[in-house]
Design a protein around this ligand. Structure first.
Ligand SMILES: NC(=O)c1ccc[n+]([C@@H]2O[C@H](COP(=O)([O-])OP(=O)(O)OC[C@H]3O[C@@H](n4cnc5c(N)ncnc54)[C@H](OP(=O)(O)O)[C@@H]3O)[C@@H](O)[C@H]2O)c1
Length: 253
């Protein structure tokens, strides 16, 4: 426990992608520091598992597919009805795609952009509606080192994450009058279900080479969750419009 247990008391935070990996670990950490959460994902069973792991009372699990971008505003109005605005959004939902561009289909462009980028835009649009966010709150989007460092088969995923990093710049300007901060976290390889799927598709000989590119080896979900907790807390009150590299040194060379 690095932070004070009360670090996020009086915070109400929406966590997307909470049924798995980074989203789940972040939800668990935020709740253990006093935040009350609305968690979402598509898989109700795994979402309920996350709910059962959250400390404290008042958390809500809502199964929700973020690909229907036009429904997101309604979803946000519903979860903040009765004067329960959010103090934060952690958007971890996303899907991976490793495929040479020449073999990719337009449907895959849409799936990757929809789960990560269009949903981030729609969540932000929802966040701008009256009563949804408190002033002095924070939005955090999951990005990736893939936005800044090329890899074969990652064009679509890289483009999506670069869009996230671009988005936080302009959004931070739009939201600054209300002191709503907007940042992204560009992660290196973090051992999650997504990571395991990628590793299963990688030849054994290449896995060690991939890990060695991370000066400190592969990361754990908690390594991202701790940064999110810091950014949501008052310690992050002067940080906006930035992309935080949390990558075990992947981008250092
Ligand atoms: N792991 C890494 O190495 C790594 C590195 C850099 C960036 N990232 C980014 O970090 C984020 C979290 O990754 P992870 O490794 O934790 O992945 P993960 O274990 O596969 O979890 C992804 C989460 O996103 C949810 N999701 C996907 N599509 C969705 C949709 N259309 N609507 C609603 N929820 C959806 C999934 O929900 P269901 O399972 O319920 O369907 C799941 O909860 C992603 O944005 C990823 O791109 C990960």
């Amino acid at each position: 426990m690095i932070f004070n247990r009360e670090l996020l008391q009086n915070h109400r935070i929406l966590v997307t992608g909470a049924s798995s990996g980074i989203g789940r670990a972040t939800a668990i950490l935020l709740a253990s520091h006093g935040a009350v959460l609305v968690i979402t994902g598509r898989d109700q069973i795994r979402l309920n598992e996350t709910l059962s792991l959250l400390e404290g009372d008042g958390h809500v699990a809502e199964q929700f597919d973020l690909t229907g971008e036009d429904n997101i505003s309604d979803f946000m109005k519903t979860i903040t009805a009765d004067d329960r605005p959010l103090s934060g959004i952690f958007h971890a939902a996303g899907i991976e795609l490793v495929r040479p561009l020449k073999l990719s289909k337009a449907k895959q462009f849409d799936e990757v952009f929809s789960s990560s980028v269009k949903s981030a835009l729609a969540l932000s649009r929802g966040a701008a509606m009256r009563g949804v966010m408190q002033d002095n709150s924070a939005l955090i989007f999951m990005s990736s080192v893939a936005a800044q460092s090329g890899q074969a088969g990652m064009s679509i995923y890289s483009a999506a994450k670069a869009a996230i990093d671009g988005m936080v710049k302009s959004l931070s300007v739009e939201f600054a009058p209300r002191r709503i901060r907007v940042n992204s976290i560009a992660a290196g390889a973090v051992v999650t279900e997504m990571h395991q799927r990628l590793i299963r598709a990688t030849p054994d000989a290449s896995i060690q080479t991939y890990e060695d590119k991370h000066l400190l080896g592969f990361g754990q979900p908690i390594d991202i969750a701790q940064v999110a907790a810091f950014l949501f807390s008052d310690a992050g009150r002067w940080i906006t419009g930035s992309t935080w590299s949390v990558d075990g040194g992947y981008l250092a060379r």
